[in-house]
Design a protein around this ligand. Structure first.
Ligand code: ATP
Length: 447
């Protein structure tokens, strides 16, 4: 008979001493324990690993344990029971965590025997979920996790969807993901057409196909994209650029789910999901009289909005690291990393070209730079470090260093939204040390 497998635990703790002692003790007690020092790493692992329980500190260097918990709940993942380690005197926070669905908590300083007992009890009551097949293909931000959860629901229902968002935010990627979810491993066509890139005279034949001899040069019958996508998904990108005269024919095809090829007479039935995308304000186009109102309502049955990359900062480094891994592997080199300054620079940049621009930026850096750790100038050609003061305007070396220190700390605090604990972790100093420096340099703490 196979011995019973050890319960699998996830520990999220950034304190080395605390982390090591918990890992040692739980291993001695027969648990299989994985230790993550950052909330983001734990977030990814929880989606994949099938843990029996999670023990999580609240204060973590990237984002707090309760945010990790909330994000897992917002996503499609059913999280394992969470036991929180809270600071002395944060009973109120612990109680609100229990209300939010956490299984239990211990307050520091806690009794290790008591903790082991609680965890054993949790593991007994919880069978881990099988690992999730796809985990967060769209990003870590709550906004994109909501999009992902919506897609999961739409995969079995809606046959028409409108995706809006600026250029490069990932509309086609979202459409492709919905198609993959709906197909669930079955081979089905995904046909993408850019409505803005086809001339008005050709668009009808492109959409509906043509019969032999329908026009000069139509030597053979040809299927249009509606027929090519039969059984799968038709992605109509830049739907706002659809010529006005074509819009009524498109509406009819969408409503009847039948098309007539150019030069043909019989209606051909088509069964497909239609996803439209645009970066234009279609409502305004309707008001301006350049987009048909009836078509607008037909395609706007379910609407998914993709936010700008700069409005979801959690996704910037997550995607940057993904692209970095992808391009490092592609170019056959060592795995690359981002220096803390490079991370700062990526977070500070506004990304007008969204994910497309971020992807190109990382690809370019991987091709041009041979170093294992990327620095800001590797990522941005015209990089200028605003955190460095002008040496001529600052007097002595001491004053210059002090000014550098002040700017660097201010930048880090801004990057961590004023969170002292996180900023201290980024700077590699203790919280107390950071407070002292802020006092000495006259930096006010955010409220
Ligand atoms: N979730 C994702 N994971 C990995 N890469 C992504 C993701 N979303 C977008 N990308 C990449 O970002 C780039 C832009 O994505 P996409 O073409 O889907 O954007 P779009 O909003 O449709 O752009 P446009 O409006 O210009 O057509 C592509 O190279 C795509 O591969």
């Amino acid at each position: 008979m196979n011995p019973k497998p050890s319960p699998k635990l996830c520990l999220v703790e950034d304190d080395e001493i605390m982390g090591e002692s918990l890992v040692d003790r739980f291993r001695l007690e027969g648990f299989d324990i994985e230790w993550h020092r950052r909330a983001a790493d734990a977030h990814r692992a929880i989606g994949r690993q099938g843990y029996h329980a999670v023990i999580s500190d609240i204060r973590l260097p990237d984002f707090a344990g309760d945010i990790l918990f909330a994000r897992l709940h917002e996503s499609a993942i059913e999280p394992p029971p969470f036991l929180f380690i809270t600071g002395h005197g944060s009973i109120e926070r612990a109680v609100s965590l229990l209300k939010a669905g956490a299984a239990d908590y211990v307050t520091k300083p806690f009794d290790l025997d008591d903790l082991v007992l609680k965890v054993r009890q949790l593991c007994r009551n919880h069978a881990p979920a099988p690992p999730a097949p796809v985990s967060h293909p769209l990003g870590l931000s709550p906004a994109m996790q909501r999009v992902e959860a919506t897609l999961r629901r739409l995969a079995t229902h809606a046959s028409t969807l409108l995706i809006t968002g600026e250029s490069g935010v990932g509309k086609e990627h979202v459409a492709q993901l919905l198609h993959d979810m709906a197909c669930a491993g079955r081979e089905r066509p995904f046909v993408a057409v850019n409505c803005g890139a086809i001339t008005e005279s050709l668009i009808e034949a492109e959409l509906f196909g043509h019969e032999r001899g329908a026009f000069t040069g139509a030597a053979r019958q040809r299927k249009g994209v509606f027929e090519q996508a039969h059984g799968g998904t038709l992605f109509l990108d830049e739907i706002g650029d659809m010529p006005f005269a074509m819009q009524v024919k498109l509406l009819r095809a969408m409503q009847d789910r039948r098309i007539v090829r150019v030069g043909g007479e019989t209606a051909v039935p088509v069964d497909l999901r239609i996803i439209c995308a645009t970066n234009q304000d279609l409502r305004a186009r309707v008001e301006a009289g350049t987009f048909r109102e009836d078509l607008y309502y037909r395609i706007n049955v379910v609407h998914v909005r993709i936010p700008l990359l700069r409005d979801r900062p959690e996704d910037i480094l997550w995607f940057a690291r993904r692209f970095l891994r992808e391009f490092s592997e592609l170019h056959g080199g060592e795995p690359r990393t981002l220096s803390p300054a490079a991370e700062h620079a990526l977070l500070a940049y506004p990304w007008p070209g969204n994910l497309r621009e971020l992807r190109h930026c990382i690809e370019r850096a991987c091709v041009l730079c041979g170093a294992a750790e990327l620095q800001p100038p590797d990522l941005f050609e015209d990089w200028r470090d605003d955190r460095l003061p002008d040496a001529r305007a600052v007097g002595t070396l001491d004053q210059y260093i002090r000014e550098c220190e002040r700017r660097y700390i201010e930048g880090t605090l801004a990057h961590c939204s004023g969170h002292i604990m996180q900023a201290a972790a980024h700077l590699g100093i203790s919280r107390k040390n950071l407070w002292e420096k802020m006092k000495r340099l006259g930096i006010e703490a955010a409220r």
